[in-house]
Design a protein around this ligand. Structure first.
Ligand code: SF4
Length: 192
């Protein structure tokens, strides 16, 4: 829908009025929680329930996944999980958007040095390019012996930084690969 100035003002004022009405209800002491819970209950009433695990970090919080008609409807914390007892951190609370998110990038984009535009690459090509650059850097920077003839067998030319979305298994394999290459600078952003 095209948003004209008039439409924008009308929608904003309508939204403000609705927000004000809800705010007033809450200010008068009305408890809106049951209505919200009821709406959620209706949405997932006939859904199939499957237990899951949050994929984002090694804490491994339990989730409950609701789906119906082959469509994902909701993901929430599992109260039966001894790990999180129904709670999810902000990242975990957003895992629904891993599936339902039209803004999620699903293609590899490459911007060549000095270029202004992004180019779409297929995954195979991108993986080969990464491997090629890692090999080249490793070969150029690998040091077998120190100046005083101590064995080093390392490279200081590569740094590995993991993220919170890497699970235990991935971290295990990443660590093996990096150590195998002689990388010593290995770090992870998620230090829980
Ligand atoms: S990302 Fe958050 S919700 Fe997911 S497992 Fe880790 S702590 Fe739990």
């Amino acid at each position: 829908m095209e948003v004209s100035r008039r439409n924008f003002l009308r929608t904003s004022l309508g939204g403000t009025a609705a927000g004000t009405a809800l705010g007033s209800l809450a200010a008068l002491g009305a408890n809106l929680a049951p209505a919200t819970a009821r709406a959620q209950e209706l949405r997932i009433r006939d859904a199939k329930t499957t237990p899951g695990v949050c994929p984002y970090c090694a804490v491994g919080c339990g989730t409950v996944v609701h789906a119906a008609g082959g469509k994902l409807l909701n993901i929430e914390g599992d109260v039966r999980s001894p790990v999180n007892q129904g709670n999810l951190c902000p990242k975990g609370a957003a895992i629904f958007q891993l599936h339902e998110n039209k803004n999620r990038a699903t293609k590899v984009l490459h911007r060549a040095p000095g270029a202004h535009a992004w180019e779409e690459w297929d995954l195979e090509r991108a993986m080969n390019r990464v491997a090629e650059l890692v090999k080249k850097t490793r070969d150029e920077t690998f040091v077998e012996k120190s100046k005083d003839n101590k064995t080093l067998n390392h490279t200081l030319g590569i740094f590995s930084l993991g993220g919170a979305t890497m699970d235990n298994e991935w971290n295990h394999v990443q660590q093996k690969l990096m150590r195998g290459l002689g990388v010593v600078a290995i770090e992870n952003q998620a230090r829980i």
